[in-house]
Design a protein around this ligand. Structure first.
Ligand SMILES: Cc1cc2nc3c(=O)[nH]c(=O)nc-3n(C[C@H](O)[C@H](O)[C@H](O)COP(=O)(O)O)c2cc1C
Length: 242
């Protein structure tokens, strides 16, 4: 099947929404001019640069969250994880601006460190963000923000202090009312060009019991990262674009 801009608009956009998945869900805490706190989910959201760490959220139409971010200049991204799927959905209901969704749903909050809105006490990870730029797009407003602080629940960390995704169990959106939970992970380190040319393809490395957090290949895989070609540099052990 091929669809394009001349196709039925709903079919076209649904195909794309269902294909580009899963999308992480930013459960955004913000604060209004009158001090009312707000909580709502946003899945047109992504990390867009690594250092400094910047993210982007896309707002369609008028949203309390966007109004609040414009007012205070900051917000909190609570990442949605297993156990919060239904509550995050409840906060997407169209409440009046004077409703504090976290309070309404009995979700405990705790003060953030440097930004105005509180974060969710139960969030496994919460990112404190300062908005840096707003861009009007056809049909949406994009907000770019720098992540200035990250709170991580110790229960999702491994013994090196890195996030273990199997403990973290993030929830992603699959389009519409469909969701997924990440419950397992596998590692495939990127080999050098020489290694690939020599037949040491990534498949050789797949499934190796490598260090999950640093990208350091397991001993049996390291042979594939040895290179004599100066243009074919070994992948840094902490794979900075991971
Ligand atoms: C999982 C999920 C993801 C959503 N993602 C977005 C999004 O990226 N952009 C958007 O404008 N609305 C999105 N929505 C809809 C908003 O959450 C909804 O309009 C909400 O009422 C906005 O609340 P607010 O006005 O308090 O900010 C999403 C809803 C759900 C359930």
């Amino acid at each position: 099947m091929y669809l394009d801009t001349s196709s039925d608009r709903t079919d076209f956009t649904w195909m794309i929404k269902n294909a580009v998945v899963p999308r992480p869900i930013a459960w955004i805490g913000s604060t209004a001019a009158d001090g009312t706190h707000n909580l709502a989910p946003y899945s047109y959201f992504q990390l867009v640069t690594m250092d400094p760490p910047m993210l982007m959220v896309s707002f369609t139409g008028r949203k309390d969250t966007l109004d609040n971010v414009r007012h205070t200049g900051d917000f909190v991204v609570n990442l949605v994880t297993e156990g919060f799927e239904a509550q995050q959905t409840d906060t997407a209901a169209l409440f009046d601006a004077d409703v504090d969704e976290a309070a309404l749903l009995g979700l405990a909050t705790t003060p953030s460190t440097v930004v105005t809105p509180p974060r969710l006490a139960g969030a496994k990870v919460a990112l404190e963000c300062r908005a840096t730029e707003e861009k009007a797009m056809p049909g949406a407003t994009l907000v770019f923000a720098e992540v200035v602080g990250v709170h991580t629940d110790d229960t999702v960390l491994d013994d090196r202090g890195r996030i273990d995704v199997e403990r973290y169990r993030p929830v992603g959106r699959l389009g519409g009312a469909l969701y997924t939970t990440v419950t397992s992970a596998y590692r495939i380190p990127v080999p050098t060009a020489d290694a690939v040319l020599a037949g040491h393809r990534s498949g050789v490395l797949a499934g190796s019991v490598a260090d999950r957090t640093t990208g350091t290949p397991a001993p049996e895989a390291q042979i594939a990262t040895v290179s004599r070609n100066p243009r074919s540099k070994p992948v840094p052990s902490d794979d900075r674009h991971a």
